[in-house]
Design a protein around this ligand. Structure first.
Ligand SMILES: NC(=O)c1ccc[n+]([C@@H]2O[C@H](COP(=O)([O-])OP(=O)(O)OC[C@H]3O[C@@H](n4cnc5c(N)ncnc54)[C@H](O)[C@@H]3O)[C@@H](O)[C@H]2O)c1
Length: 253
């Protein structure tokens, strides 16, 4: 898929991996609407992107992926401003295993990705006037392998992989020109990893040792894998595993 001239949406892109994905799309000539629950960081990133890539090519809307109304507003705006949608990235995600946080982790990571996928498919379907497209759902290496320090996080990411692979095989998706791929990185240098000692289950030192053993990638490197999943039209239902120790590997079932 040629990214230039396409319209993309990325959730949770005020910082971290989502910001790197949005930047890679803008660098390649796409128009990008990004959303995030953090208004302040979102506005700061918008200013940065406008300066680098031009005011007409980027937009930001504060939006919480756990809110159907917020998500619908984001999809309305992408249609009004950029005339449709070709590339969707469900990226917003958090870690949090405690009694008062685990349900939020499920709501944001899993339900947010399901909501974003469903709305994107609706806008992209050729039988509803769309032009097909690609959806990249950001799971994690913890969507394929166990993560001893984040069982709830791991459960949400396994579920995202199962949900996305199932849709990718469904004729409704295939016949409407929609591809769905999954990005499964190990650790990347973002706030999510910096905070892991407070969000992980069990010994913070053990969690830190686990990360150090596996290694930390730059968000820009992970964005290269994201772009592969967008651009390679032979890929549908593909799971891209990425880690500092072994680079990029497609996990085919
Ligand atoms: N960093 C890693 O090592 C790593 C590895 C594998 C997968 N991931 C996944 O990558 C994605 C991005 O994480 P990151 O590492 O960039 O973390 P991050 O904390 O830097 O960024 C997450 C962004 O999501 C936003 N967000 C949180 N809740 C939201 C909500 N309800 N609605 C909208 N936006 C919301 C935050 O404000 C933040 O800007 C997540 O899905 C995460 O699980 C991260």
């Amino acid at each position: 898929m040629k990214v230039s001239g396409k319209v993309a949406m990325v959730t949770g892109a005020a910082q971290g991996l989502g910001k790197a994905f949005a930047a890679s799309l803008l660098q390649n000539g796409a128009k990008v609407l990004f959303s995030d629950v953090n208004e302040e960081k979102g506005q700061a990133t918008l200013k940065e992107f406008e300066k680098k890539y031009g005011q007409d090519n980027v937009a930001f809307l504060r939006g919480d992926v756990t809110s159907q109304a917020d998500m619908e507003a984001t999809f309305r705006l992408v249609r009004e401003k950029f005339g449709g949608l070709d590339i969707m990235c469900n990226n917003a995600g958090v870690g949090g295993e405690s009694c008062d946080m685990w349900e939020k982790t499920v709501d944001i990571n899993l339900k947010g990705s399901i909501r974003g996928t469903t709305l994107a498919m609706d806008m992209m379907r050729r039988d509803k006037g769309g032009r097909g497209g690609v959806i990249v759902n950001v799971a994690s290496m913890a969507g394929i392998n166990p993560n001893p320090f984040g069982p709830v996080y791991c459960a949400t990411k396994f579920a995202i992989v199962g949900f996305s692979r199932s849709w990718a095989l469904n004729p409704e998706c295939v016949d409407n020109g929609i591809r769905i791929n999954m990005l499964c990185p190990a650790f990347a240098d973002t706030a999510l990893v910096a905070d892991i000692e407070s969000t992980a289950v069990g010994s913070p030192t053990a969690a830190k040792e686990f990360i150090d053993k596996i290694g930390i990638m730059t968000p820009e490197y992970v964005a290269e894998g994201f772009l592969d999943l967008v651009q390679d039209e032979t890929r549908n239902g593909s799971v891209l595993k990425m880690a500092k120790t072994f680079g990029k590997v497609y996990h085919e079932y």
